[in-house]
Design a protein around this ligand. Structure first.
Ligand code: CP
Length: 338
């Protein structure tokens, strides 16, 4: 295990975490957005707003979680989520451990349960877990005393991605209620699509899932999304377009004839973008497949907020850690050092 964060770096003196509102989350874990109330989602977004102001300061570090240990356990690859959680925890002065599954005793047959129990015995306060099996974080939360944060479980949910997407929409559009949000691509295999839907529906958006029939089955209407199989029709008048990559690694059969055909029918080009609202924002959780679901000039164009999503991920994950610490300590907010 590699200790990548310690609490001995410069910390802003006499700085306490900025409060959003005096309220608390109801669970010491963040496992999904489906079980969060609109109030809880707004609470996290408000707190993230306050932390974004902290991140704009010269000294970006505050002592709120000093003495706490955050362990990230990623059974799947990650660039954004893992780095973002690490930075978020460090900004709050927690110690951060990146548990490397690739070089661990997982490869000698150790189970998720025993791995987590071992990490817990070393004093972890939070476990940030990404796992290919849907429901793995929920299972873990029943077995360990540490706070469990889902960093993506199979095709189920990716709650902090859903929150940072909602935060970015709110920041750019000033509201979420009444907006048309088109989520385009491989919805079937997307935990991001599910978390976005739960957050955005609770905050009053009109969500449409767009993609081929095989990847956007009508059953999604039961979750509250509209379903459309024509790209231009689906994004017409949209305030937000969130593009998803094709997750070939989760496909056990062919869901469309070829990547070339997918791009021809569902790739977002500048020309197709004209069907959306003139002020549309274009989002993508990453990793991007340029030239497939999104053209180069759209990904880097004036409507793109992809980089802003990544930046906002740190503030949102700080808010999640901070609020969960408050729940674990039995009060609305964690204890503040002098
Ligand atoms: N959006 C997202 O989950 O990216 P990573 O897989 O790089 O963490």
């Amino acid at each position: 295990m590699e200790v990548v964060g310690a609490s001995d770096a410069p910390v802003a003196a006499n700085v306490t975490a900025p409060a959003a509102t005096a309220a608390s989350l109801s669970s010491p874990h963040l496992l999904d957005l489906e079980s969060l109330s609109p109030h809880e989602i707004r609470l996290i977004l408000d707190q993230a707003r306050a932390f974004k102001d902290v991140l704009a300061r010269t000294i970006k570090k505050i002592p709120t979680l000093r003495g706490k240990t955050v362990v990230s356990i990623f059974y799947e690859n990650s660039t954004r989520t893992r780095t973002s959680f690490e930075l978020a925890a460090k900004r709050l002065s927690a110690d951060v451990i990146n548990f490397s599954v690739a070089t661990s005793s997982v490869h000698k047959g150790e189970s998720l349960y025993d791995t987590a129990r071992t990490i817990e015995a070393m004093g972890a306060d939070f476990m940030v877990i990404r796992h290919p099996a849907s429901g793995a974080p929920h299972l873990l939360a029943r077995k360990v005393r540490a706070g469990v944060i889902n960093a993506g479980d199979g095709t189920h949910e990716h709650p902090t991605q859903g929150l940072l997407d909602a935060f970015t929409i709110l920041e750019r559009c000033g509201r979420i209620e009444g907006l048309k949000v088109a989520i385009v691509g491989d919805i079937l295999h997307s935990r991001v699509a599910r978390s976005n839907l739960h957050a955005l529906k609770r905050l009053g958006a009109d969500v449409v899932f767009v993609g081929p029939r095989t990847l956007v089955p009508p059953a999604f209407e039961r979750l509250g999304a509209r379903v459309c199989h024509d790209l231009v029709e689906g994004i017409r008048g949209a305030d937000v377009i969130n593009l998803l990559r094709i997750q070939l690694e989760r496909m056990e059969k062919n869901f469309f004839p070829s990547i070339r055909e997918y791009k021809l029918l569902y790739g977002l080009t500048s020309e197709r973008l004209r069907a959306a609202s003139p002020d549309v924002i274009v989002m993508h959780p990453g990793p991007i497949n340029r030239g497939v679901e999104i053209d180069q000039d759209v990904a880097d164009g004036p409507h793109s907020v992809i980089q802003q999503q990544v930046t906002n991920g740190i503030a949102v994950r700080m808010a999640v850690l901070y609020l969960l610490a408050g729940v674990r300590e039995g009060r609305a907010r964690p204890a503040m050092p002098g």
